[in-house]
Design a protein around this ligand. Structure first.
Ligand code: S3P
Length: 167
């Protein structure tokens, strides 16, 4: 089974993906890292050169054409579920888990803003407003996930049981 982790920037998708993959003894795939490897550019460089729409196209292409192992955990970029039919595609092709987190907690975890083009140069106050606004827009997509968990409470063992029950 492919397990896709979705959620806002800073909610811990990459770290939790590694923990879950370790528990399930399967590979972990980070789609942003795959894009960096594929293009030889950082996400910030890619945005600067091709704009957000160029990035979203490449992100969709990478999601849908990646040669996934039979069982794996996939960390997705924060915006990925909210463009095209990416969320439906993940629901049809694997299990989806939304790591939910409050805006204030996200702000305190987003230290390295420069590497994230959408929030670079924002101070805490601006970032909090941006996250609140974006979550309103993105939550309808994220909440299409089959499993919704509080990111702080995510327990790999419990999640494994839930995944088994659903699939
Ligand atoms: C984005 C999130 C980033 C990256 C890009 C855009 C977003 O991934 O894909 O900067 O739109 O929320 P992370 O969620 O891994 O930071």
């Amino acid at each position: 089974m492919k397990i896709f982790l979705v959620g806002f920037m800073g909610c811990g998708k990459s770290t939790k993906a590694k923990q879950l993959a370790h528990r399930l003894e399967c590979p972990v795939i980070d789609l942003d890292a795959e894009i960096v490897q594929l293009t030889g550019k950082t996400i910030a460089e890619y945005f600067a050169e091709f704009g957000e729409s160029g990035f979203r196209n490449l992100e969709r292409e990478t999601l849908k054409t990646f040669n996934y192992p039979e069982t794996c955990v996939v960390a997705t970029g924060g915006g990925l579920p909210c463009f095209f039919d990416n969320m439906e595609w993940m629901n049809e092709n694997g299990a989806t888990v939304y790591l939910q987190m409050e805006p204030a907690a996200l702000v305190s975890r987003l230290h390295n803003r420069q590497k994230r083009p959408l929030i670079k140069d924002m101070d805490d106050e601006q970032l909090l407003e941006f996250i609140k606004m974006k979550l309103q827009e993105r939550d309808p997509f994220y909440t299409k996930a089959q499993i919704i968990v509080n990111a702080f409470d995510l327990d790999a063992e419990k999640l494994e049981d839930e995944l088994k029950a659903k699939h």
